[in-house]
Design a protein around this ligand. Structure first.
Ligand SMILES: Cc1ncc(COP(=O)(O)O)c(C=O)c1O
Length: 439
């Protein structure tokens, strides 16, 4: 278990709070709030850790960054520089990845409902792999690849039927899931027949992803057993070699100071041992292995700064602290009851210093017109005051990416931190931006 300081790279010196060497109150003053703050230093350190624990430790391995977690042109370039491929799930993510200069061969295209336009764009761009999620897709790819006179490499994304012990909205590997191909014999034969009928589709291997934010390795290992059995069956019964095995993402991160998560090696090493034992036991070649983490790379690298707008005491019930953001910039608490840690990192000039304030258990409410827009329930802080700056930690994944303009609130700016300085990576939306598409 990893037990390093949390939040990583956050510290206080006197009255000031810093993240990755940059003073947070000054950032809020310069760029406004809410503000996404992402430490490039942490992102790169995480990439280095993945190289060390996976790519350098095991031959023929590859990391694809699941860019749905947090996709900006800067982020794509950073993970590309770190040597990783990119997982995209839409025409828009593909477009941005190509615009960021990612070589198509390093892109894997996912999705359970890829449109004709998206499949055409993927085949035309010559993406390295398409992960197939249903039978028709094989024929649709055949059509596109034969039109361009190419062969498109594919993986079967399979559903191992494993309960992944995470919130049901981020669990994907159980049998009743909209994602992936079921492993029943009758289904398998239909897929094999389709492959035989589609000479422009090249079967490379298998992919599975069982869920997100997994805090132990047991589900990955259970899923791997099932997928490896299937791989042996494909090889021996149908002569279909699994040359590549993509084991997805889902590796948990810390959201709360009390969270304990396995190190990345505690996920990877037993999985790689299992694949290698399988290869020896079945007398089948070791497939090239890949993983596809998103949250693990971006999550703890991000924090969000908010300004406290108002406080409201409901005697005997709770105290609400309303901030200038909420579900428009972070929908995760409302969507699947995600929990966050918060701290006050800047104080209003009119309010008492933190050191003299009494601790108070409060609920941090967002500004959006939904009762469910609660960012943190029951966090103990030095009595918050309007004008204070609040930080929410571990917001680097699935916050910016899932942001919306509900209530016509402009989406926040995003700054990247590196070498103790900040640079604007995404500007704040304006009211004019909000009307841009209206005719
Ligand atoms: C196919 C696939 N790969 C990778 C990921 C990344 O998951 P995580 O961010 O939990 O690592 C997801 C997330 O939903 C996914 O669906």
């Amino acid at each position: 278990m990893r037990d390093a300081a949390f939040p990583e790279k956050f510290y206080r010196e006197g009255q000031h709070s810093y993240f990755d060497g940059v003073e947070l109150e000054a950032l809020a003053n310069q760029y406004g709030t809410p503000l996404y703050v992402v430490s490039e230093t942490i992102v790169r350190a995480r990439c280095a850790k993945l190289r060390e624990a996976f790519i350098q430790r095991y031959p023929n391995t590859r990391v694809y960054y699941a860019s749905k977690a947090f996709q900006t042109l800067d982020m794509l370039r950073i993970v590309h520089e770190e040597g990783f491929g990119i997982d995209v799930v839409s025409g828009g993510e593909l477009f941005a990845a190509l615009r960021a200069g990612i070589q198509p061969a390093n892109i894997i295209f996912h999705g359970n409902a890829k449109t004709d336009e998206e499949l055409r764009a993927a085949v035309d761009a010559r993406v390295g792999r398409i992960a197939i999620d249903n039978l028709e897709e094989i024929f649709r790819i055949e059509r596109e690849a034969s039109r361009t006179g190419t062969r498109q490499a594919i993986l079967f994304r399979v559903t191992p039927g494993v309960d992944s012990h995470t919130h049901r909205f981020i669990s994907t590997g159980s049998l009743d899931s909209k994602f992936g191909i079921p492993l029943e014999q009758s289904e398998t034969e239909r897929y094999i027949d389709a492959l035989r009928a589609c000479p422009h589709v090249e079967f490379l291997g298998l992919h599975f992803h069982i869920g997100s934010q997994l805090m132990e390795n047991t589900s990955h290992l259970a899923a791997l057993n099932i997928v490896l059995d299937f791989a042996a069956r494909l090889s021996k019964k149908y002569g279909l070699a699994v040359r590549e095995l993509n084991m997805g993402g889902g590796f948990g991160i810390r959201y709360l100071p009390t969270d304990r998560v396995p190190s990345i090696s505690e996920f990877i090493d037993p999985m790689m041992a299992k694949v290698s034992e399988w290869s020896a036991r079945e007398n089948l070649p070791m497939p090239h292995c890949a993983i596809e983490p998103g949250r693990w790379i971006a999550g703890e690298a991000g924090i969000t700064l908010y300004k406290v707008i108002a406080t409201k005491v409901i005697p005997g019930i709770r105290t609400y602290v309303a901030v200038d953001g909420g579900l428009g910039d972070n929908i995760r608490p409302a969507l699947y009851e995600a929990c966050y840690h918060a701290e006050i990192v800047g104080t209003s000039p009119d309010a008492p210093a933190l050191a003299v304030r009494a601790p108070q258990t409060v609920t941090i409410a967002g500004r959006y017109c939904e009762s469910g827009d609660i960012l943190v329930r029951d966090v103990t802080l030095p009595e918050p005051n309007p004008g204070d700056i609040l930080a929410l930690f571990s917001t680097g994944a699935y916050c910016f990416a899932m942001s919306s303009n509900y209530n016509r609130v402009p989406r926040p700016a995003l700054v990247l931190l590196r070498d103790r300085s900040a640079r604007l990576s995404v500007r704040r939306e304006t009211y004019d931006d909000l009307l841009l598409r209206e005719i």
